[in-house]
Design a protein around this ligand. Structure first.
Ligand SMILES: Cc1ncc(COP(=O)(O)O)c(C=O)c1O
Length: 517
């Protein structure tokens, strides 16, 4: 990576230049860069931001002399992250997962997927029609949270899926656990399939040597990166990166592509058409401009910014650990099953020693000092810190509010020993997620759902691993487990009835998508 080259922001500059010269904007959007906009919007966003809302296919920005500023910026992003090619995404890392699924489906119909993948990965299975073999992540029996997939678990799942066209894993997790991506890549490549890493939470990892190594550097073939999460581009902007080892051009699964042989593991052109299919024809220039700027910030100043943030968070962790009843997740997790390394940009607080759950503490922190967390569960609260937060006044606010909260709720001497009941195994996959999602379906009382095929997901928190996914047969054991988790104060995601009085199931032999929806 050349720092000098990375100083530039060709796309953002081209947007600014267009707005500066006040061209005749005889194109969309109808606000015309400001004059047609509601005054309240102009006041809220500022005239300058609205003037930079410029559509795609504008000469000198993303069409015209090649490489266009847009192409140059995507190339700079590829260089910064060490990718063969990078795509800017305007529908988040969710779009990256959808595109990854559609790209993989060019090569065949089976795929190995980490069970606690993000819901957008499950959506990708629905869109692509891929048949998943799920591989279980390691569950931390003390904290009641899911960590990463081990190489051993991936090997087993791939061995059970001889036709698999890819292996799809998540690293880091919401809680900061980082997988042994190098070992996972070796396993996938040993079976001749690409490794897709959902690194939504790890866009910053490439920019500081004290952070765990990022997935592209460890042999991943396709990496989904939620640039907005920690690196700090605007919400909804993200990137998809193709690894250098992934393969050449080619239509993926088409004659001449080489499939998983000579042409590489996943074709660049295949990914390109999948990105196009999942993208609006009107990508937002502010989102793309923010990606260009965030890439520069990360490439040029990331090391310094991350160094400062890590130091401040290390201090905050010490202060939290000094509060009776609280602990933090940190590098001590590394080495536990499913945790190869720890990403310190999350401040995850273990609250098992106090007399309140994470569900109770989160609203209390809001009440005490307007503290708004990224995530909270029974045992762990997660505060997220951005790459460029200077001085971290928020960390001090969090520490102070935690101190007050613990004083109010008191300690729970038995809490840290609370054990976590492992969920029952997931049911047999009776049809693909796509068939279940699009097939005829009906809503039935939960008691009558046993033995039926689910048309929706049920994922209890803790630990956030889906108990049921569309296409799987519902078992009495699983439904009882979900009910029990709800009774204990947990929650279930994906369910159309969050109290699980009813479940949406497939009408077997029901044919088309015409039954009660
Ligand atoms: C692992 C993972 N992948 C993908 C996503 C989707 O990211 P986005 O919100 O950028 O679409 C998330 C969001 O939290 C996530 O946690």
């Amino acid at each position: 990576m050349t720092i000098e080259r990375q100083q530039g922001t060709p796309y953002l500059d081209a947007l600014c230049e267009y707005a500066r010269r006040q061209p005749a904007r005889l194109h969309v959007p109808g606000h015309k860069g400001g004059p047609g906009a509601d005054p309240g919007l102009l006041e809220a966003l500022g005239e300058r931001a609205v003037s930079l809302d410029i559509p795609a296919l504008t000469h000198g920005i993303d069409i015209g002399v090649e490489p266009t500023p847009f192409e140059q910026s995507q190339r700079l992003a590829a260089e910064a992250w060490g990718a063969k090619r990078a795509w800017f995404l305007v529908n988040g890392a969710s779009q990256g997962n959808l595109a990854a699924g559609l790209a993989l489906a060019h090569y065949g119909s089976d795929v190995v997927v980490q069970r606690n993948a993000h819901s957008s990965t499950i959506d990708a299975l629905v869109l692509s029609g891929l048949r998943p073999t799920f591989a279980a992540p390691e569950v931390d029996p003390e904290l009641g949270i899911a960590h990463c997939l081990t190489a051993h678990a991936l090997e087993r799942a791939l061995a059970a899926t001889p036709g698999a066209v890819g292996a799809w894993v998540v690293s880091p997790t919401y809680f900061g656990a980082v997988a042994d991506v190098s070992a996972l890549a070796a396993v996938a490549h040993g079976r001749g399939v690409p490794l897709i890493v959902d690194e939504a939470w790890g866009a910053h990892l490439a920019f500081h040597e004290d952070l765990p190594e990022h997935a592209l550097a460890l042999g991943a073939d396709l990496v989904i990166s939620s640039t907005h999460k920690i690196v700090g581009s605007l919400t909804q902007s993200a990137m998809l990166h193709l690894g250098h080892g992934a393969g050449g051009h080619g239509g993926g699964g088409l004659i001449g592509d080489g499939g998983h042989g000579g042409g590489g593991l996943i074709g660049e052109d295949t990914v390109d058409r999948a990105v196009t299919l999942t993208e609006s024809t009107s990508p937002n220039s502010l989102l793309c401009g923010s990606l260009d700027a965030a890439r520069r910030q990360a490439a040029v100043h990331g090391r310094e910014l991350l160094g400062r943030t890590m130091a401040a968070l290390a201090h905050a962790r010490e202060q939290i650990r000094a509060i009776d009843g609280l602990d933090v997740l940190d590098g001590r997790l590394a080495g536990r099953p499913g945790v190869f390394a720890y990403d310190p940009l999350r401040l995850a607080v273990d609250v098992r020693g106090v007399d309140a759950s994470g569900y109770e503490l989160a609203p209390l922190l809001r009440e005490i000092d307007d503290i708004n967390l990224e995530l909270y569960g029974q045992n762990v609260l997660v505060a997220v810190f951005g790459m460029g937060e200077r001085g971290l006044p928020e960390a001090s606010r969090l520490v102070a509010a935690l101190r007050t909260a613990v004083e109010r709720v008191g300690l729970d001497p038995g809490g840290a020993q609370a054990s976590f009941a492992a969920p029952p195994p997931w049911g047999e996959l009776a049809m693909t997620p796509r068939e279940a999602y699009l097939g005829a379906q009906e809503v039935v009382p939960a008691a009558q759902a046993v033995g039926r095929i689910a048309a929706e997901s049920l994922a209890t928190y803790p630990p956030g691993i889906p108990n049921v996914l569309p296409g799987e047969r519902l078992t009495a054991q699983t439904l009882a487990y979900v009910q029990h988790t709800l009774e204990l104060g947990g929650s279930v995601r994906g369910a159309s009835d969050r109290l699980l009085r009813t479940v949406r199931v497939v009408v077997e032999g029901g044919g088309g998508a015409t039954a009660k929806k």
